[in-house]
Design a protein around this ligand. Structure first.
Ligand code: 5GP
Ligand code: ZN
Length: 115
């Protein structure tokens, strides 16, 4: 946990959020500024800055995050129609919050592909 990290504060419930999933290692909550009808952030409770900071000991955690992404997509009723998962990393990747997170976007045709 990092004292001045906004996502650590959400994890500690010091800042309110609309939580849709939580277990001992992972939390998922609605993005405050959604760009799609479903826009959920799936976040490890461990403070890891970004993908670039991952260590081999985090491999199981990342696997778990994708299990949670599938679970949330199913609960939100978008698993069949589809969704997009985005993880911005670092400055050129456009990452604004330096606590690893995966955007789960769904609920509309996501047209603005860059790849
Ligand atoms: P990034 O640009 O780092 O990939 O994404 C950060 C995301 O966190 C943005 O989509 C932004 O809207 C979201 N966000 C930033 N602050 C808060 C907050 O306090 N609560 C919630 N729920 N989302 C936040
Ligand atoms: Zn943090």
């Amino acid at each position: 946990m990092e004292d001045n990290c906004i996502f650590c504060k959400i994890i500690k419930k010091e800042i309110p959020s609309a939580i849709v999933y939580e277990d001992d290692k992972v939390i998922a909550f609605k993005d405050i500024n959604p760009v799609a009808p479903i826009h959920i952030l799936v976040v490890p409770k461990k403070h890891i800055k970004s993908i670039a900071e991952l260590k081999s000991e985090d491999e199981a955690l990342i696997g778990k995050i994708f299990t949670v992404i599938n679970k949330v997509a199913e609960e939100q009723g978008v698993k069949e129609k589809g969704f997009r998962v985005i993880a911005n990393c670092g400055e050129d990747g456009g990452q604004e919050v330096p606590h690893l997170h995966f955007h789960l976007l769904a609920g509309r045709k996501l047209g603005e592909k860059i790849i």
